[in-house]
Design a protein around this ligand. Structure first.
Ligand code: FAD
Length: 310
C-alpha cells in the first residue's frame, strides 16, 4: 500500500484527472466522509455539530494552485462571507479559518507573493472583525520560505496568525525554534506532499522521530503548539511530553481532520484536552481527497466505486 502513496500524490497535481472526477458531487461516496459539503451553509452546519460536542473547528475553503486573479478574489470573498456567518451565528469563538496561500494568489507569476500577502491581510482583517484567527496552511516545500515570510509580515498587524510546519522537512526543527516564541501559534503536522529526499525524510520512522523532536521544541517554548496528527503513538507521546514540560491543558491543542478518528477527537475532549477539527468545504475537493487517499490507500477502492456509479 505504501507504494501507492507517490503515484496518488502525483495524481493530486494532475489537471486531467482532476477534470475527470471533479464533476462528481461532494455527496458522492468517499468524498462525503472527508468533506461535509460545498457551501458556506453546510460548513457552518458541520461546525455547529462539532462545537455542540465541545470541539473547536478550523475551516478551509478548498482550493489550491490558483492561476487566475478572479479565482483568488472569489476565494477571499468566500472566506469573508464564512467569517461573517460564523460571527452572526455565535460560532467565531470556537471556529477559526485555515488558508492555503496558493488558493489566494501565491502561485501567480511575478506577483504571487505580493498578491497572496494582500489577500491574506483581507482575510485576517475579516477574522479579527469576527473575533477569531487565521492559520496559514503549509503546502509543498517550494512555498515554505514565501509562506513564512508572509507569516512574519502578517504578524506585524495580526500577531494572532498561526502557521503550519511539516515534520518531514529537514529544516523544520530549526523553523520550530524560530517560531517557539510567546504568542506564536504553530500547527505541527507530518506533511502531506510528495517531497524529494534532498529536503524531506522519506521513511515513516524518520518522519515520526522528527515529529517528536519538533514537538519537544514547541512544548518547551513559549508559543501555543497545535498538535495535528491522528497517529495514536504521536497523541500518546504528545500527552506525556506536555506534562513533562509542565504544560497545562489548554496551553496547547490537538487537531484532527474532519471524518478521521471522530471517536478519538471526542475522547480527548472529554479528557479535558482542547481539540480542533479541520473542516474542508467547497467544490475543489480533488487535491485534498487525493492526499487523504495517499495516506490511506485502503480507501482507494471506495473512491473508484463512487466514480463508476456516478
Ligand atoms: P499517519 O501515520 O498518516 O496516520 C495515523 C493513523 O491515522 C492511521 O493509521 C489511520 O488510523 C489514521 N489516518 C491517517 N490518515 C487517514 C486518512 N486519510 N483516512 C483515514 N484514516 C487516516 N499537511 C500539510 O502538508 N500541510 C498542512 O497545512 C496540513 N494541515 C493539517 C491540518 C490538520 C488539522 C491535520 C490533522 C493534518 C494536516 N496536514 C497537513 C496533513 C498531515 O501532514 C498528514 O498528512 C496527515 O495528518 C496524516 O498524518 P498523521 O499524523 O495523521 O499520521
Amino acid at each position: 500500500m505504501a507504494l501507492l502513496r507517490e503515484p496518488l500524490l502525483l495524481l493530486s497535481r494532475s489537471g486531467v484527472v482532476k477534470k475527470l472526477v471533479s464533476t462528481m458531487p461532494v455527496s458522492a461516496g468517499i468524498v462525503k466522509s472527508y468533506v461535509p459539503g460545498e457551501t458556506t451553509a453546510t460548513a457552518v452546519e458541520a461546525t455547529r455539530g462539532l462545537v455542540d460536542d465541545d470541539l473547536k473547528v478550523t475551516l478551509d475553503f478548498l482550493g489550491e494552485d490558483t492561476l487566475d486573479v478572479e479565482h483568488a478574489d472569489a476565494t477571499v470573498a468566500a472566506y469573508v462571507e464564512l467569517l461573517r456567518e460564523l460571527s452572526s451565528q455565535g460560532l467565531s469563538r470556537s471556529a477559526e479559518v485555515s488558508v492555503k496561500l496558493s488558493a489566494i494568489g501565491q502561485a501567480l507569476q511575478d506577483v504571487g507573493h505580493k498578491t497572496a500577502l494582500e489577500n491574506a491581510r483581507t482575510i485576517c482583517r475579516a477574522a479579527r472583525n469576527a473575533g477569531t484567527t487565521v492559520t496559514l496552511d503549509m503546502e509543498d516545500h517550494t512555498t515554505t520560505d514565501s509562506t513564512l515570510t508572509i507569516l512574519r509580515e502578517l504578524r506585524k498587524d495580526f500577531p494572532e496568525t498561526g502557521a503550519v510546519l511539516q515534520a518531514y522537512l529537514h529544516r523544520t526543527e530549526a523553523d520550530c525554534r524560530a517560531l517557539a516564541y510567546e504568542g506564536s501559534r504553530v500547527r505541527l503536522c507530518k506533511g502531506a506532499y510528495n517531497e524529494p529526499e534532498e529536503v524531506a525524510y522519506q521513511s515513516r520512522i524518520d518522519v515520526d522521530r522528527s515529529y517528536v523532536r519538533c514537538l519537544k521544541v514547541l512544548l518547551a517554548g513559549q508559543g501555543y503548539p497545535m498538535i495535528a496528527s491522528h497517529d495514536p503513538r504521536i497523541v500518546e507521546i504528545a500527552s506525556s511530553l506536555a506534562s513533562r514540560f509542565g504544560r497545562a491543558q489548554g496551553s496547547y491543542e490537538f487537531q484532527m481532520l474532519y471524518g478521521i478518528r471522530p471517536d478519538e477527537q471526542r475522547r480527548l475532549a472529554r479528557a479535558g484536552e482542547t481539540v480542533r477539527v479541520y473542516i474542508p468545504y467547497g467544490q475543489e475537493w480533488y487535491g485534498y481527497l487525493m492526499r487523504r487517499l495517499a495516506e490511506r490507500p485502503q480507501n482507494l477502492s471506495f473512491f473508484l466505486k463512487s466514480l463508476i456509479s456516478k
